[in-house]
Design a protein. Sequence first.
Length: 147
Amino acid sequence: MVELCSEGYFRTLQIPLLRGRLLSESDVATGRRVAVINQSLARDYFGKQDPLGHSIKFNALDEQPDLPHNAYFEIIGVVGDAKNRGLQDSTMPQAFVPYTAINSLSGEILVRTAVDPLSILPSVENQIWSVDPNVATSDTGSLESIL
């Protein structure tokens, strides 16, 4: 499983860094082919070997015509596991790469708030539309409702 994200993703979801480093603003700005992997991927594919500095290839990218083919990503960090298949299922191996490293037409925005998420939704949408009024928002709601 590959997640496209920005440098603030891990802080927003409170996913802890275990080794190495997280994505940086520079990684995202330049579309650098780097990856942060979760503990499950590190354990399942690298065993006791340290994955930092190794390269990883995502075969699923080769299957899509508009995505980079034969692209390798340098592993720069390992983060703790977070639920990624539902609350009852075990965590799947997962990699996180800068959203700019892959040409994707869609995206998601996550916002951490201390108030009811739905109460700030109009404000968030207005901020998005102030940058680009043609952006459509859909599937809005709290992370809790999605889970």
